[in-house]
Design a protein. Sequence first.
Length: 434
Amino acid sequence: MRYYSTNHQAPMATLEEAVVNGLAPDRGLYMPETIHRLPDEFFEGIEHLRFQDIACVVADAFFGEDVEQDALHEIVWDTLQFDCPVVEVTPTIYSLELFHGPTLAFKDVGARFMARLLQYFLTCRGNDERINVLVATSGDTGSAVANGFLGVEGIHVYVLYPKGKVSPIQECQFTTLGQNITALEIDGVFDDCQRLVKSAFMDSELNRHMRLTSANSINVARFLPQAFYYFNAYARMKELGKADRLVVCVPSGNFGNITAALFGHRMGLPISRFIAANNSNDVFYQYLQTGEYHPQPTRQTLANAMDVGDPSNFARVIDLYGGSHERIASLIGGAAYTDYSIRAALRECYESHHYLCDPHGACGYQALKDLLLPGETGVFCETAHPAKFKEKVDATVGTDTAIPERLAAFMRGTKQSVALGKDFGDLKAYLLKQ
Ligand SMILES: *Cc1c(COP(=O)(O)O)cnc(C)c1O
């Protein structure tokens, strides 16, 4: 499979190049040249298949031309060591729980898959050159990437995070791991961490010294595997006899997760329509209403993993539908919620249905409540476990959310990090010694 850039100013790339580069040289996002439609028979019998077997079929369609089949299926099985079940909230609203992975958020799926695919490419090349992943984080990405790559041979991960700006629950998920994960505590803010990572990729001396790559969420190896759980959600809903007019609702920030669902739709997955649920960062919602896209400065909200004022995967959505606002707006609906509404949704869902959402999932739940039509059944993504946002959720709902054991285990670990200043010279000197 060849990958083109959404900006059409860069040469086509192989899968390996697209994965190692992340972003195309013209700063566009990579798209597969072909999206294979899966045969009708697959969908006819899909409810009899297990999650991992469904995922293998989807993975074959994306990556089968570039990765040897046994290895690809092993990567899929190794990635999906946890379930993504659908759980009934009301008779017409179901939660697709994407928080059963090691860091309790959906990003685990993409990060684990990408780590294993990179390792596969390293092994194929047969040399023992080490790959170094640099990732800047304001909290969630660092934990998913660090845990996704934990123990993966031949790859070392450096997580750059701003000192004192990351919640203790988030911090322990990447500072206590050891092995091939190094946490770099930067005396600055998140933007400093991002600037440092960019400078490192551009520094030729450093790039001669070590092979650097990013594990950004726009990477095709991180975003495409997210389609796996939409196919599984359809299968499980079909098993329940509720897949006839299925609406999938995705709480969205950078729009990677919903784009993976749209790829699934293009492959024939019978979803009738989609809803992108936003917090008050509502550029996409505005685009749906007006046909005009105006990036905005980011607004801080209760659902902070969706605080994005210029979603990077918007370029992929536009590309997928040939730039047609009409096609996009007829398939995807939108909703945007203030913090006040998110709190109300958290409370109402818990009090009426005894289901505790996290602030992101609450946007998805509310959007289905507001927009589902008679005869439709909705599935919203519960993108993180409520315990990851324990203070906010408990203060809103009056609960005392239990911390799952795998999260508690991180919190008992010993924090290890390397303190660095925010000047690039400090980071460079440190990395040159590695
Ligand atoms: C990253 C994240 C989102 C947003 O997903 P996108 O793919 O960026 O749209 C939503 N909820 C949680 C909990 C996240 O961590």
